[in-house]
Every structure is written in C-alpha cells, then in structure tokens.
Design a protein around this ligand. Structure first.
Ligand SMILES: C[S@@+](CC[C@H](N)C(=O)[O-])C[C@H]1O[C@@H](n2cnc3c(N)ncnc32)[C@H](O)[C@@H]1O
Length: 218
C-alpha cells in the first residue's frame, strides 16, 4: 500500500512508550516486557491500526504485538491506539508496536515467546509465481511462525483475494494446521466477533466478499 511520507512519523514513534525500537533484542523475552503476564496475540502487517486498536482495547486480558514494516503506518497506528484508549480512559498497557520485515520475524520472536494467536489481514497476494514465497501465509513463513506459536495456537486470516485464499488453505493443510473455521463471505457468516480493518472496509464497500479462516496448529 502506498502512503505519503510523514516526516513526523519516526520522531513521534521514538518517544512513544509502547513502540519497540529494537525488537530483536526482546527475542524470547516478550512476556516480561508487558505489564501483565497474559497470552500474547500478534498482528502481522497492522497498517493504520484500526483493527489492533479496537481488538486490544476490547481485550485487556490479552497482550498484543502489532508489526508493520513502514514507520508511516506505525505512526498512524500509534495515534489510533492512543485515541481508542483515551476514549476508554485506560493506559495503553497491553499493546506494543514494532517495525519489522515479517519475512525475518524469527529474528524477533523465539520458542519462549509462545504466541497464542496470529492475525494476518489483507496481506499482499503476490500473484506472480516467482513472488509467492513472499506471501505471509507461504509455507516458508508458516515454518517460521511455528517456532514461536504455542501448542494449539490459531492463525486468523482474512483476504479479498480468491487465489491467495485457496492456495493458503493448501499451505495450512500441508504445514501441520487444521482449518477449523472457514467462510467465503465473512459479513454473511455466523462469525459475529469480526472487527473490520481499513482494507476490509474498502473492499466491502466495493462489493467484494471477504474470505476468512482460522487455522489451528495441530
Ligand atoms: C494491504 S496492507 C493491509 C493493512 C491492514 N492489515 C488492513 O487490513 O487494512 C498490508 C500492510 O502490511 C505491511 N507489510 C507488507 N509486507 C510486509 C512485510 N514483509 N513486513 C512487515 N509489514 C509488511 C504494509 O506496510 C501494510 O501496512
């Protein structure tokens, strides 16, 4: 996604209490840097943070790590999180934001971090054959996630892209996950706890059906 350069983004993140500048330094120690010891949920490619700000503020009994590669996105996510928590009159104690290329996520999360859930929302579909290994659901990535996922952990995956969705089902099945929930029309499904992301709103307004699944590590 293209985003205009924001000269204020990096300085604002640098003084943000819940932004982690050097995520690799916390590999194996993420539980210890949250205020409370509770399950960790991870969002990969959080964008402007509409989803994580709503999800985390509704679930104060969980800890959240939201990752994106772009400072501009993270800075907007930071503002959205602050806005949400201010409205609830709550300190931001259960969310951490960090900048990281997810293709190297295994440098920042290790076996001891025991992540209970991953959210992947509207990742790049990388349709060309030679680019598919960059998909966030590609077996190469799933292999890395399995290192830090807790036993029985879930991956919640949403996309508008039919081909990415179909091929991801195969990826999950061959990589030791059970697909325990699946719908090709999320808005008409019985999954009532959905929180829309920026892209989801845009695609839904265009009349596109949102595909969603939950894959559970065996
Ligand atoms: C299409 S946007 C989706 C944003 C949001 N999840 C949503 O549903 O609206 C994809 C996001 O993932 C981030 N992203 C893409 N590839 C990434 C990577 N390899 N590492 C970290 N972030 C990445 C982009 O910067 C962008 O914010």
């Amino acid at each position: 996604m293209r985003i205009r350069r924001k000269p204020w983004a990096r300085p604002e993140l640098a003084v943000c209490d819940f932004f982690i500048d050097f995520p690799n330094a916390y590999k194996g120690k993420w539980h210890s840097i949250f205020a409370k010891q509770q399950p960790i949920y991870l969002e990969l490619g959080c964008g402007k943070g509409l989803f994580i700000s709503t999800l985390a503020s509704r679930n104060l009994d969980k800890n959240f790590i939201a990752v994106d590669v772009k400072s501009e996105m993270l800075a907007l996510a930071k503002r959205n999180i602050e806005k949400q928590y201010n409205q609830l009159n709550q300190p931001v104690a259960n969310v951490l934001l960090t900048a990281k290329n997810i293709e190297q996520i295994d440098n920042m999360l290790g076996r001891e971090d025991l992540v209970s859930r991953i959210y992947i929302n509207f990742c790049n579909p990388w349709p060309k054959a030679r680019h598919k290994k960059r998909r966030l659901t590609h077996p190469k990535q799933l292999e890395k996630y399995k290192i830090f996922l807790a036993q029985g952990a879930d991956i919640f995956f949403k996309t508008d892209d039919e081909n990415l969705f179909d091929e991801s089902i195969e990826y999950f099945n061959t990589m030791g996950f059970d697909v325990v929930y699946i719908t090709r029309d999320l808005l008409s499904s019985d999954f009532t706890e959905n929180i829309a992301t920026e892209h989801e709103r845009m695609f839904s307004e265009q009349g596109k059906k949102i595909k969603f699944l939950i894959a559970r590590l065996k």
